[in-house]
Design a protein around this ligand. Structure first.
Ligand code: ADP
Ligand code: GLC
Length: 506
């Protein structure tokens, strides 16, 4: 196997990549997938790769990308109408293809759910059509005069792509990245039939999953290589606890499975230049961090207390993120007397209500902001003293990396990408600047509370302790460069040693 450095130094032609995702920051975002899809292609481009993006033409995206050029129109199996491919320009002039199917993607709001938070009823049709168009471009079956060497697919919405590609002998290679294995795109057999998928896919070696039809299995069974977004998560998903019934298949695919830690967009998330902050700061000069804390307390109506230990949390309020554990420790946090919490999130309405009720009773100490607010997210990262992230599982997690970069030590459960990025503080390693946060072993309120108490004790030591912890995190490199090189190496392996058709041997 050659290393990516040799690969680059030899001046070999770099592979052409079609990067497919159902959300891309800053065009449309519901979670970390969009952050990755908005920055990994740029890092690849900076390595010299010809990378192009493809995304459904949601109205919000069209609005942000006009003027657009109509490039091609085609028909696809399973959808009666005409499909158009529009081209726009993404960051650094990267071409972005938008799949324009008015009956499927021309609706306002969230890409996956309606205004009531329920999945769009035709999600299977929507993302099957998206996959068909990706495959048509990948096989150069449209009038677009460009053919990728590899298609990089992300999460279940693009899962059918590697499966459909496998039917063609002269196909580009495929990589499938699992950002979250618990979202699988599972539908019934009737849906499978309606989508006119090849009947031979109906096999447990193919798309069948306990008598249902699974989109994600298209990626897991058929892609030439599979990645997850952190090394620890790539091992966790091999177990029944984290594998959701797919651990058998994943163990079978183990030789082709790799964990590559996400990077972050270190321009957008940079405390030295972040336009959302009250005051910019850096590791060399942390003084202005206090100004951000004061501004955050003021904005959220918390007591203006510079000595209080202010904890932050940002995320989807769903069981994955362990928000219920935060709810459980609120009485202890209030009793402690010198702590505050700033929480930003949205998700499960019951949990949202429960958190808001406590905040309403203790407005000087607990601030809960329900909704999605990019600016407030940046201001919490900068203004909080420590960042809480008690996720039950976390394929990678971006907020702990943002908080490390903002000098706001994270308090995390040892799982997935949290385990790979946070080193627990002890008396020795804080002074040596090799610890950057706090890690607890079990996703329980008690274990988290113990870690909070530990953090609180270090916070109450002379300021040099906390500053060392903060500086250790700020000094780390979470840029995309290393990860982009790892992907490039993997792309080349996928191209050089493709997977045989998994259905062929049956
Ligand atoms: P996940 O993708 O599982 O939701 P990540 O940590 O990978 O988790 O990424 C979440 C991303 O979404 C981060 O960029 C985070 O800042 C952002 N985010 C989540 N909830 C909110 C919110 N309520 N307001 C603003 N940004 C949010
Ligand atoms: C998923 C995961 C999260 C990860 C993100 C980007 O949404 O839940 O842990 O950071 O994808 O890869």
């Amino acid at each position: 196997m050659r290393s990516d450095n040799q690969f680059l130094e030899n001046g070999d032609a770099l592979p052409r990549i079609l990067f497919a995702a159902s959300e891309i920051q800053p065009l449309i975002k519901t979670g970390g997938l969009a952050d990755v899809a908005g920055s990994l292609p740029i890092a690849l481009h900076q390595l010299g790769v010809d990378v192009r993006l493809i995304l459904p033409a949601y109205p919000a995206v069209i609005e942000k990308l006009v003027p657009l050029q109509a490039l091609a129109s085609l028909r696809i199996p399973g959808w009666g109408g005409q499909v158009r491919i529009l081209q726009g320009s993404f960051k650094e002039d990267l071409p972005i293809y938008l799949v324009d199917i008015p009956g499927l993607f021309d609706r306002a709001g969230n890409p996956y759910v309606n205004a009531q938070g329920k999945d769009w009823k035709d999600n299977a049709d929507r993302f099957a059509a998206f996959a068909r168009v990706i495959v048509a471009i990948a096989l150069k079956q449209t009038s677009i005069d460009w053919r990728p060497d590899l298609v990089h697919c992300n999460d279940w919405q693009t899962g059918l792509v590697p499966a459909l590609l496998s039917q063609h002998s002269n196909r580009p290679a495929s990589v499938f990245t699992i950002h979250n294995l618990s979202y699988q795109g599972v539908y019934n057999h009737d849906t499978f039939r309606r989508l006119r998928l090849p009947p031979e896919f109906w096999s447990h070696h193919g798309l069948e999953f306990y008598e249902n039809f699974s989109f994600i299995k298209g990626g897991l069974a058929f892609a030439d290589r599979i990645t997850t977004v952190s090394p620890t998560y790539s091992r966790e998903i091999l177990t029944p606890e984290f594998g959701y019934g797919l651990e058998g298949l994943l163990n079978h695919r183990r030789p082709h499975l790799r964990g590559i830690l996400n990077g972050i967009d270190d321009q957008f998330w940079n405390p030295a230049s972040d336009p959302y902050l009250e005051a910019n700061y850096s590791a060399a000069d942390l003084a202005a961090k206090a100004t951000n804390k004061q501004a955050l307390q003021q904005t959220l109506g918390l007591t203006q207390d510079r000595d209080a230990m202010l904890l932050g949390h940002i995320g989807r309020t769903v069981p994955q993120k362990g928000c219920d554990l935060i709810l459980d420790v609120l009485p202890r946090l209030i009793e402690k007397g010198d702590m505050q919490l700033a929480l930003l999130g949205s998700g499960d309405p019951q949990l949202e209500n429960a958190l808001q009720e406590v905040a309403a009773r203790h407005p000087q100490r607990i601030a809960v902001h329900i909704g999605y607010d990019e600016e407030l997210a940046h201001r919490i990262e900068a203004g909080a003293d420590a960042f809480l992230m008690p996720s039950r599982y976390e394929p990678c997690g971006l907020n702990q990396m943002y908080s490390l970069r903002y000098g706001t030590p994270p308090i995390v459960h040892r799982t997935g990408g949290l385990a790979d990025t946070v080193t627990d503080a002890s008396a020795e390693n804080v002074m040596a600047e090799t610890a950057n946060g706090f890690v607890f072993e079990q996703p329980t309120a008690d274990a988290m509370w113990e870690a909070i108490e530990h953090a609180h004790a270090i916070f109450r030591r002379p300021p040099v302790w906390w500053e060392k912890l903060a500086r250790a995190g700020m000094g780390e490199d979470f840029s995309w460069q290393n990860s982009a090189r790892a992907y490039l190496e993997l792309y080349q392996q996928a191209i050089d040693e493709p997977l045989g058709n998994p259905l062929a041997k049956n």
